[in-house]
Design a protein around this ligand. Structure first.
Ligand code: SAM
Ligand code: SF4
Length: 351
């Protein structure tokens, strides 16, 4: 079946499957079951809150090969990671990415519960069918506005109709789509209600995200910081929001809209409300593992992989990294004009 077929060039890299070993538990007794992987730092958009207009991307030689990514992700799956999310940059822009998706798809039902993707949607029309064939069941697509001109302004180069076509193609291929929207004061406040009406009308959940102070972008990010408390108040004027206790081990809190029956998620990374249940770690496209989105401490897995580590040594390196996972993050955004709390961009760590 296509979902399980592994390209020879990837299979040849690591031969036998990893031996199952102990699950990963961090020093605060949190099981680590979710790995987010940035497969590229490159993107065809330059969203104002995410990137500067003139970005310098990493030289290709710095990136993990897709074979190295597969080996590393597979090692995490062997250690109990049950969800993998590919992100970026724009994951679907990495050349050969479908080979990686198909390769990782072989773990589905064999320890891995879910293989998913966060995408800007620009390439979805092209890849939707292949993603579904590889075993992907859900994708998150970022849409900050339904106004074409505002979309172009926020993304600096995105084309809304192309993204909407991509979403349609994904749904036609049988993928569930969740919409991600960054709440931006002065840029998309007027779109909050239309976005919920559209998403729920189409049968898609939507999650709002507060801007996080990551990486230098042109201009002052605090200018567009819109607390989600304001978004919620705006929504409550139109909808009946019923709080739920549903959690996905991530930072989102969910409310169900009585009128539509669907969910709205709220991701407020600047509050500490989710660290205690954090189940995730993040791998950059260069093989750096960040144990916390909001801390600088990281482990260099490219060095481990390129030192010729065997599966046992790789597994030991994973243990050593997880043993350093901190209790929580240190984001601050309320100091006007202050430099970003973290120098790296979200596109490097992968959202
Ligand atoms: N390019 C893909 C996309 O846009 O969905 C995947 C990568 S993007 C970095 C992942 C998510 O992070 C997107 O939903 C994006 O809106 C969000 N994001 C990027 N920079 C952010 C920031 N500084 N604060 C909050 N969310 C951010
Ligand atoms: Fe690209 Fe996603 Fe960042 Fe926008 S948010 S610039 S689409 S990586």
């Amino acid at each position: 079946m296509a979902a399980r077929s592994v390209p020879c060039h990837i299979r040849a890299m690591h031969g036998s499957p990893h031996r199952p070993t102990a699950p990963l538990i961090d020093p605060f007794q949190r099981p680590i079951t979710y790995l987010r992987v940035s497969v590229t730092d490159r993107c065809d958009f330059r969203c104002q809150y995410c990137m500067a207009e003139a970005m310098t991307f990493l030289p290709k030689s710095d990136l993990l090969t897709l074979e190295e990514m597969d080996r590393l992700c597979s090692a995490f799956v062997a250690r109990g990671v049950r969800r993998l999310r590919l992100t970026g940059g724009e994951p679907l822009l990495r050349r050969g990415v479908m080979g990686l998706v198909r390769a990782l798809g072989r773990h589905l039902g064999q320890g891995l519960d879910e293989l998913t993707l966060t995408t800007n949607g620009s390439q979805l029309a092209r890849f939707a069918d292949e993603l579904a064939e590889a075993g992907v069941r859900r994708v998150n697509v970022s849409v900050d506005t339904l106004d074409g001109d505002a979309f172009r302004a926020i993304t600096r180069r995105g084309d809304l109709p192309v993204v909407l076509d991509g979403i349609r193609a994904a749904r036609d291929a049988g993928l569930a789509v969740k919409i991600n929207t960054v709440a931006l004061k002065g840029l998309n406040e007027d779109q909050i209600l239309p976005l919920v009406e559209w998403a729920h009308g189409e049968g898609m959940d939507i999650t709002f995200i507060e801007t996080m102070p990551m990486g230098d972008v042109d201009g002052d990010r605090t200018e567009h910081y819109l607390p989600l408390g304001d978004v919620r108040r705006l929504l409550a004027r139109r909808f009946t929001l019923l709080d739920t206790n549903e959690r996905t081990g991530g930072p989102a809190r969910y409310a169900r809209v009585e009128e539509t029956g669907r969910r709205i998620g709220f991701i407020t990374p600047l509050s500490h409300n989710f660290c205690e249940s954090c189940n995730r770690v993040r791998l950059t496209c260069t093989g750096t593992l960040y144990m916390c989105l909001g801390q600088e401490d990281a482990a260099d897995f490219r060095a481990v992989l390129r030192s010729g580590a065997d599966d046992v040594a790789l597994s030991a390196a994973i243990d050593a990294a997880i043993a350093r996972k901190p209790k929580g993050h240190d984001f601050v955004i309320d100091r006007k004009g202050a430099p970003p709390a973290l120098a790296r961009h979200m596109s490097t760590t992968g959202g």
